[in-house]
Design a binder for this molecule. Sequence first.
Ligand code: ACO
Length: 339
Amino acid sequence: MNLSTSNIKILGTGSFKPDFVALNEDFSKTAGLETDDDWITSRTGIKQRMFNCGENATNYNMSSKAAERALKAAGISADDIDIIVASTATPDFFYPSLACLVQNAIGATNAFAIDVSAACTGFVNALDIVRNYLANGSAKKALIVSGEMLSYHTDFTDRATCVLFGDGAGAIVLEATDSPKLYAAHLGAIGEKFDEPALYCKVPYKCNSPFGAKGENFGAVNHVDYIQMDGRAVYKFASDIMPKTVKSVCEKAGLELSDIDLLIPHQANIRIIKTAMKNLDIPEDKVYVNIEKTGNISSACIPVCLDELYELGRIKAGMKICMVAFGAGLTYGAVIIEV
Ligand code: ACO
């Protein structure tokens, strides 16, 4: 297998954005939060985010809808799919996996199904996994679905985190083709210490054994199941790793930065994106940003952007698209794919 080419083709994309829109003004009206549109917009670039609320508000529901839309755009049926890889940091269950729930919902009876856990980098990791299955011939058609329900893990009394995140899902269908196209990936992780991660959401485990100290929390991290973040540490990591990762993946692909037609960065913060772009000297019109409307939807950011770009008619055959992400773990990764 040639490392800088691959025989994969995007057949279709889909996304799902919940109906409920929370504006910055909705947060500024919330008693006790003491925030405002000016602070949120100037520090993050976010104006609104969507929350999946009400009946059937589950991750798998959003993800299944995004998957169905991607299948429709691809013009294939669910039972043509050989592999489903789902990425999520906010699954409905520890098990069954999100991928298995989506498989059942869409009726992809011939697929095997697995989840990837790499926080906001999950989609990029999933794409590289799928690429390997397609390239080595063990699958012909694949579905990647990235779904996130960050609102279920957000402390809405914590102004430092609650304004940042939203819910949503994105999906893509890929197939193996006979004509190799440019492809490269650069993936990495800097595993954090258990008791001092910069970004985490802890499983609310308690020792439940009748033979031990029943009810006691184990582990040194606070017993919370909300997103906890050292914003400045994440900011520093992201601003440094994003440009480095884009440079590394270009090197692997044998490309100059100027050869990239479109760059889709993880949508965590407009200031992080702008800092990275300045470092890379990539013109703004080559960088796709939708954070203003969606907030940070973790691993769903990039596939949702991809779907919007197809919808806008901005993706043309032969383009070289670079997708770059960073996330809890800490994880990071970029992929260049020729479409
Ligand atoms: N409204 C008003 N004031 C606020 C808010 C808010 N929503 N949130 C924090 N503040 C206050 C703080 O309390 C602090 O007040 P103080 O000076 O009185 O203590 C002040 O604003 C400055 O706080 P900082 O944390 O220093 O603000 P900063 O400029 O670093 O911006 C932010 C915070 C936006 C979170 C920034 O650090 C950031 O973007 N970090 C990256 C985090 C990120 O992108 N996470 C993404 C999640 S993970 C992922 O996607 C991989």
